[in-house]
Design a protein around this ligand. Structure first.
Ligand code: XIL
Length: 511
């Protein structure tokens, strides 16, 4: 028995000495025992000096044990310096086999301080979760690391309590939508989606390249889109179909080959997809972004076919190149035939530009007129126009009004299909780490949202749906422009409150 106690004590002692020793730490950061000391260096005190040659791949760490199982928002910064050799500096969360990155600096120079920052939402799941500076190169480089001013702020449950659902704010006006993607299928994103929105558009999973990536074997990949449709319908949301015919995210096999083959592929694809989702999706974006940019008023006076995006005007227009402008009408005819119960939409961006708007209007008017002349009756072929609404800080809301007036004359429904207002100065897409917005930008952005929704309300006799393209800034396809209603922690931004009460907001921030 005594022997047993002794062995247990030795094992426990071994664990204490080999384990983490947070006793000696700087703001909670510590190294592996025997590999680090706390020193004054280069005019800075309380610097962790790590002898990298001795350490494992976790150079220093910060324990997240107390947050295990809780969703947290981490805000991190530190000054880091490598002595001796340049190389990567990267901070991660150690989270049960996955190592999400907080901050990454590739090939950081030697012998200078690097100020590193990062933000991340994570739910630590590991037995001993931590944030750590990683290395895998010590055997070759013997690097010495210095870490000064390490700082971590952790917010637990930083998410707002339930806000008034946007869908109830606009229940008498139009549907309110957002996108669905893999990230939004669960957790806080899904909660937000279900709370605020009553219609979703799959961000990517119904696009031709995702449904039909390869002709070999002819197999369509339905699993991801099906899972979305089932879950959304089960949760009382409608699903908008997006998209059947586009120049982008379309597999080469559909358009390779002769004109006749391309036409057959186009019809088959539309038929296959509409039949597959029959009864589940009320309206589809049939053709996306067919009209070109930079049209002059003179361009729009003639035949709309001369305004269609082509290999002359754009770097990529495969359907046009193979079939000519008739691919548009062909697609709508095939869609009507495949499922007459579906409302067919033409969808495009940049329609606040009066010339582009006019070209689109001319096209729809012509196609619809000829269709009715030929078929008789009153049912139009193109029954909806989607204005994407990827706007930016230079948006003139009055241009949107002019376009709404113009489109009203078509006698078809209008949807705002992909709304976001990007405040990036560079136009770059960015990634989830660059999510900083000045207060002034947040106010200016919110004003634009307020003005737009005021306008949409005025036109709610023709606008049937307003859908956003992303819930929060970090997950948006344009994250560098922070274009969404929620910030990277899923907190409501000024833009959210602006939409909740446009008049009140514009009154409060009167120019
Ligand atoms: C975007 C998605 O958001 C991205 O994830 C993808 O990489 C590219 O496509 N117009 C459209 C949408 O009709 O399908 C696009 O979505 C954004 C522009």
């Amino acid at each position: 028995m005594k022997k047993f106690v002794l062995i247990v004590t030795i094992i426990m002692l071994a664990f204490t000495t080999c384990g983490n020793d947070p006793e000696e730490n700087v703001n909670g950061f510590y190294g592996n025992p025997g590999t680090y000391e706390i020193v004054s260096y280069d005019g800075k005190s309380n610097v962790i000096k790590v002898n990298g040659a001795k350490t494992e791949w976790e150079v220093v760490k910060y324990s997240l044990l107390e947050y295990k199982g809780k969703e947290i928002a981490i805000i991190f910064s530190a000054d880091v310096r490598r002595e001796g050799a340049a190389g990567d500096l990267s901070w991660h969360v150690n989270n049960e086999g996955t190592y999400p990155t907080i901050s990454y600096l590739p090939n950081a120079g030697a012998d200078v301080w690097h100020h590193m920052t990062g933000k991340l939402i994570v739910t630590p799941a590991n037995d001993n979760p931590s944030i750590f500076l990683s290395t895998w190169e010590n055997n070759t480089k013997n690097t010495v690391y210095y870490i000064a001013n390490p700082s971590i702020t952790i917010e637990v449950d930083s998410i707002n309590p339930a806000l008034t659902p946007l869908q109830s704010v606009y229940k008498d006006n139009f549907l309110i939508g957002n996108i669905i993607n893999e990230t939004y299928m669960t957790g806080r994103h899904f909660e937000r989606l279900k709370h605020h929105y009553n219609v979703v558009t799959p961000e990517n999973d119904m696009k031709p390249s995702l449904l039909a990536p390869s002709k070999k074997g002819g197999a369509y990949q339905w699993a991801a889109a099906d899972a979305m449709v089932e879950k959304m319908l089960a949760n009382g949301m409608q699903v908008q179909g997006h998209v059947l015919v586009w120049h982008f995210q379309t597999p080469g096999w559909m358009i390779d080959g002769t004109k006749e083959e391309a036409e057959a592929n186009l019809k088959n694809h539309i038929n296959t997809v509409l039949k597959h989702f029959k009864g589940k999706i009320n309206s589809w974006d049939v053709v996306n972004e067919a009209m070109r940019d930079n049209l002059s008023p003179a361009d729009t006076e003639g035949n709309w076919r001369n305004c269609v995006r082509s290999n002359q005007s754009d770097w990529e227009a495969p359907w046009f190149d193979k079939i000519g402008p008739e691919y548009i009408e062909l697609a709508f005819l095939a869609a009507r035939e495949a499922d007459p119960d579906v409302t067919l939409y033409y969808n495009d961006y940049g329609l606040d530009n009066p010339n582009k708007a006019k070209a689109v209007r001319n096209m729809i008017a012509d196609i619809n007129e000829r269709y009715i002349n030929e078929k008789g009756g009153t049912r139009k072929l193109i029954e909806g126009i989607g204005m994407q609404g990827h706007y930016n800080r230079w948006l003139n809301v009055e241009n949107v009004r002019c376009t709404l007036e113009l489109f009203k004359t078509l006698g078809i429904e209008i949807a705002i299909t992909e709304l976001d207002i990007s405040f990036s100065n560079t136009g770059v897409q960015g990634n989830r780490n660059d999510t900083v917005m000045s207060e002034n930008d947040e106010i200016e952005q919110a004003k634009l949202y307020a003005k737009l929704f005021k306008l949409f309300r005025e036109y709610s006799d023709v606008i049937v749906r307003v859908s956003m393209w992303g819930i929060d800034d970090a997950s948006s396809w344009l994250s560098a422009g922070n274009p969404c209603l929620f910030d990277w922690r899923l907190n409501a931004k000024k833009a959210f409150y602006a939409i909740s009460d446009p008049d009140g907001f514009l009154e409060e921030y009167k120019e």
